[in-house]
Design a protein around this ligand. Structure first.
Ligand code: ZN
Length: 54
């Protein structure tokens, strides 16, 4: 599971496709159920994530 800010969401999706060889599920972090292991930052920068790519 990766966090993504608005600016990097496309890059995070590409990274996911490359790493996992399948299309990711894209969620808004604000709609995700709070749980352990949620990313605290975008995968490509220190900004708080807006999306979850999983
Ligand atoms: Zn970012």
């Amino acid at each position: 599971m990766y966090g993504a800010c608005r600016e990097h969401v496309e890059q995070v999706i590409e990274h996911f496709l490359f790493a996992h060889e399948r299309a990711p599920e894209l969620l808004l972090l604000s709609e995700a159920v709070p749980q352990e292991g949620l990313p605290g930052a975008c995968y490509f920068c220190p900004l708080p994530p807006v999306y979850l790519v999983k």
